[in-house]
Design a protein around this ligand. Sequence first.
Ligand code: A2P
Length: 273
Amino acid sequence: MSADASAGQAAPVKANPNGPTEETVLSVEHYTDRLFRFRLTRPQSFRFRSGEFVMIGLPKEDGKPLLRAYSIASPAWDEELEFYSIKVPDGPLTSRLQKIQPGDKVLLGRKPTGTLVLDALTPGKRLYMFSTGTGFAPFASLVRDPDTYERYEEVIVTHTCRDMNELTYSRTLIDSLSADPLVGEMVGGKLKLYTSTTRQHHERMGRITTLIENGKLFSDLGVPPLDPATDRAMICGSMEMIQDVKTLMLKAGLTEGSNAAPAEFVIEKAFAG
Ligand code: A2P
C-alpha cells in the first residue's frame, strides 16, 4: 500500500471525515473501446466482504466529488482494490475515468455494502454466478476468495457479452486462477466459466436466459436442472437481465435472500454508467 494514499492537496472533499478518501491509481488495462479495469491503493482501514460495492469517482471542477457505485472486483484479502468499468463516451464519470493513468488520484467511498455476498445465501452444493457485461465484476472478487470454495462443491460462473472481445477480462482472470497461490488448488475441478455471446458469431451464442430456459446451460455443463435443495445463485447485470434471470430462479423454486434473511439467490444491478 502506498503512503501517498492520503497525501495530496487539501481539496474540499478531504475536509469531511465521512467523505471519500483519495487513492492512487496503480495500473490501468483497456480491453476494448467500451471496457477497462484499474487498480487502486487500498487504505488500511478499508474493510469489505468479497462481492460488495462502494462509491468511487473523481472531483468535479467545483471540487465536489462525482461518485458512482462500483462493485469491487478484487477479493477481500487483496492489498489493492480492483475495478472493472464500462466507458460511456458522454457518461459524466466514465468519460473522464477512462483517461486515468498510474499515479492519478481516484476518490473512494468509506462504506462498502451489497447483497452479492456468501453470507446472504443459505448453504448449498452448487453456486451459480450469472453475469452480463460489467456485471462480472463482483464475481471477479468472489472467484478469488477461498471462502467460495470452502462453502460450495461446485462454482459455475456465467458471463454473456455482445462479442468475444468483451469476454477477455473474465476469461483471462479465470484462466489465471489455477496458478493462483491462494485458490489455485481449490479451483481445480470446482470452478467453471461458461461464456456466451449475443451479437458476434461464436460456438456458443445466446442470452443466459435463453440458455437456462432451453436447458443448454445444464446439458453443456452436465449438471441437473436448477433445484432449490442444492443450488444457490447470484445475479449481476442490467436491470432487465436481473429481472429476467430472477423470474427464472423463482420459477425453479428458489427464494430471494438478503443480508438480513439469507436464502437461495441474491441480485445486484451492475451500476457503472
Ligand atoms: P443482447 O446483445 O441480446 O442485448 P450490454 O453490453 O448491453 O450491457 O449487454 C450485455 C449482455 O447482456 C449482452 O449479451 C445482452 O444481449 C445481454 N442482455 C441484455 N438484456 C438482457 C436480458 N434482459 N436478459 C438476458 N441477457 C440480456
